[in-house]
Design a protein around this ligand. Structure first.
Ligand SMILES: Cc1cc2nc3c(=O)[nH]c(=O)nc-3n(C[C@H](O)[C@H](O)[C@H](O)COP(=O)(O)O)c2cc1C
Length: 207
């Protein structure tokens, strides 16, 4: 049961990456297992040449395949999401997010593209087969205070949305933990009720 956070910002001091770091901390404090990939650390040449067999890119794709929940964050670039994120997503198999819960996060310079998650990113995640895309979290730069050292500070509205995001991820994980495995065929409720009725009759009227 693992959670992977994926940062799609090319910036060293990335606001969207700070949101991811915060979520990771909260999820770990709640006892969840997390890991992280910074896409800006992948080798640029192979990434742009679509070399999915590059060892670092293949390892990142494997980490996605093994994760149950993917929390990804991107800056809004030109009304959509970062080219870095797109270059990486393009290298995943067509169903690379199948059966995964995905929480998309984006930060932008203004509210002008607050819906970028929904009109730009969500269709891509869906095309990659995600069965459960959680409501996205969008923040504008003014809501995130960074000073270059230490964790970022968030305004109250954003802090609340992040808290909701953590709860949604944990809820999705909890639900998947009690999911009935595919190979287990449960006795339908009606059939169980019939068995119980039959047993009760048999007890009252022994043959
Ligand atoms: C190349 C570039 C394009 C951008 N385009 C937009 C945009 O279209 N809409 C917007 O709201 N912000 C835009 N921004 C601002 C960033 O989305 C914003 O500062 C974001 O928080 C940066 O995230 P990061 O620090 O994680 O990289 C752009 C920034 C850059 C560098």
């Amino acid at each position: 049961m693992s959670i992977l956070t994926l940062s799609g910002s090319p910036s060293v001091q990335s606001r969207s990456a700070h949101l991811l770091a915060h979520l990771r901390g909260e999820l770990e404090a709640a006892g969840e297992r997390t890991s992280h990939i910074d896409l800006r650390a992948l080798p640029a040449g192979p990434l742009l040449a679509a070399r999915a067999d590059d060892p670092a890119i293949a390892a990142a794709a494997r980490a996605i395949a093994e994760a149950q929940v993917v929390v990804l964050a991107t800056p809004v670039y030109k009304a959509a999401y970062s080219g870095l994120l797109k270059a990486f997503l393009d290298l995943l198999p067509q169903t690379g997010l199948r059966d995964k819960v995905v929480l998309p996060i984006a930060t932008g310079g203004s509210l002008a593209h607050a819906l970028a998650i929904d009109y730009a990113l969500r269709p891509v995640l869906s095309a990659l087969g995600s069965r459960h895309i959680l409501p996205g979290i969008f923040a504008v730069d003014q809501q995130i205070e960074i000073d270059g050292s230490g964790p970022a500070r968030f305004d109250a509205a954003l802090a609340l949305r992040l808290e909701e995001g953590v709860l949604r991820v944990r809820e999705a994980l909890a639900r998947s933990r009690i999911d009935v495995p595919l190979e287990f065929v449960p006795v339908p409720l009606a059939q169980r009720a019939a068995h119980a009725a039959h047993a009760a009759v048999a007890q009252r009227c022994p043959a």
